[in-house]
Design a protein around this ligand. Structure first.
Ligand code: GLN
Length: 449
């Protein structure tokens, strides 16, 4: 079998043609040495007992440590940083014969929703080269959408997996908080960060997830997944009686969502529910309209505190001197609102609001199996377009609630409007990834028809 090797050749050719030249997608910050890759691919192909990920070519977001590679977080601050170790998720991928092809571009330190805050140039959306691919996992989603690799290993703090998956027309999973080890992830906001997956299909995204999830001694908060099927394939539709599925359709009043996007997602889920005899219930969640206002103070404070290690002595350069505008805004904002005179007013208020949002979801999941909404409330904008800070942050309105509640969520392509992909978000209760994936598979199948 030369499967991995052949696939690798195909992907490398495509990357050479269109990443820095041709379409100039700019999805990768670093590709691994070609000879090394080929050798590794051949080794995998020659193995008798192959791991679950044999044949999968995987890109890794530039904030997850892969030994020997340049994990820059797309920042000048870590421009020359070479990871001295593998993140736990990387160890698992290697053990299961996944082939890591390179390091993907992103918003600097995962701060952003467009891919434009990278210090190494924006990534283009492969479905429309003028548009942003979304972010912060911009290069990862673009790489999968452009046919540069099978999967990407990514992180999501307020939407960074689902947002670019939605804009690039691919699948992105943010698993339950704490279900995947964060050891080796360069954090943005430790109470919200979650490593997850991007792929072309729900099946592939689920397969990679099944490898990386689970308890890890190196991350004290990590827990074993109570639900994700341990088999190499995510469960098939027949594995569970889905007849009585109840879909919660999120009431979007109070949220600023483009009508065309809302209508497309509504129509799609209504049709799918009809075909499958699923019930649809409108779900009103209190406080979700406060998600963005709750999310940012938490991120500012935790990011500020996390970045104190980038002081120019231990890792890389001094962050205050070398970071871009958005990162500086968060550091300054975070230092300001953590000052003693504010007595934790903003941070603690946000923690309280976070709890309220979590409780709302808990209540809702007593009555419905999943909650559906659009993934992103607006269309991707043109690269370089001036966007206000508030407009940029508003991109997280529908994704950040899942991070605040700690639940799992997936973005699946729901269709296109003027050739621009639109994603449907399916949220599910904590550790209910299995159910979420089953429903997402049905949506994926019918959504593409
Ligand atoms: N857009 C959000 C932010 O800028 C989410 C980022 C993320 O999930 N890493 O913080």
């Amino acid at each position: 079998m030369t499967f991995t090797f052949q696939k690798l050749q195909k992907y490398l050719a495509e990357i050479k043609k269109n990443d820095k030249q041709g379409k100039k997608i700019n999805a990768f910050l670093q590709l691994r040495d070609e000879r090394e890759l080929i050798e590794e691919a051949k080794k995998i192909d020659a193995k008798k007992n192959k791991g679950k990920l044999a044949g999968k070519i995987i890109a890794v977001k530039a904030n997850i440590n892969v030994k020997g590679l340049n994990i820059s977080c797309a920042s000048k601050v870590l421009e020359n940083y070479k990871a001295p170790y593998d993140a736990s998720v990387i160890e698992k991928i290697k053990k299961d014969d996944g082939l890591i092809i390179g390091i993907a571009n992103m918003d600097e330190f995962a701060c952003g929703s467009s891919g434009e805050t990278s210090a190494f140039g924006p990534t283009r959306n492969p479905t429309n080269l003028e548009l942003i691919p979304g972010g912060s996992s911009s290069g990862s989603a673009a790489a999968v959408a452009a046919g540069f690799c099978d999967d990407a290993l990514v992180s999501d703090t307020g939407g960074s997996i689902r947002n670019p998956a939605s804009h690039c027309g691919v699948v992105g999973i943010k698993p339950t908080y704490s279900s995947v080890s964060r050891y080796g992830l360069i954090d943005l906001s430790m109470s919200l960060d979650q490593i997850g997956t991007i792929a072309k299909s729900v099946e592939d995204a689920g397969l990679l997830l099944s490898v990386i999830q689970g308890k890890d001694e190196k991350d004290s908060i990590s827990q074993g997944s109570k639900s994700l099927h341990p088999s190499p394939r995510p469960p098939t539709l027949n594995s569970r009686n889905m007849k009585n599925t109840i879909i919660g359709l999120l009431d979007l009043s109070g949220l600023n969502v483009d009508n065309r996007i809302n209508n497309l997602v509504n129509e799609k889920i209504t049709n799918i529910a009809k075909k499958n005899n699923w019930k649809i219930k409108k779900i009103k969640l209190n406080y979700v309209d406060l998600a963005v206002a709750t999310y940012y103070p938490l991120v500012y404070v935790e990011f500020f505190s996390g970045t104190r290690k980038f002081d120019g002595r231990r890792f890389g350069k001094r962050i205050e001197e070398f970071a871009g505008e958005e990162v500086l805004r968060r550091i300054l904002g975070g230092s300001e609102i953590s000052k003693a005179e504010y007595g934790g007013r903003y941070y603690h208020k946000s923690l309280k609001a976070k709890k309220l949002i979590e409780k709302e979801f808990e209540k809702a999941f007593k009555n419905v199996d999943v909650i559906v909404s659009p993934t992103v409330p607006m269309f991707p904008w043109k690269i370089g377009k001036k966007i206000s800070i508030e407009e940029g942050y508003a991109a997280d309105a529908l994704t950040s609630p899942a991070n605040l509640a700690g639940i799992c969520a997936i973005s699946v392509p729901a269709g296109e409007i003027n050739n621009i992909p639109v994603g449907m978000q399916i949220m599910c209760d904590k550790f209910q990834e299995e159910k979420m994936l089953e429903i997402a598979k049905v949506v994926e199948k019918i959504g593409s028809q």
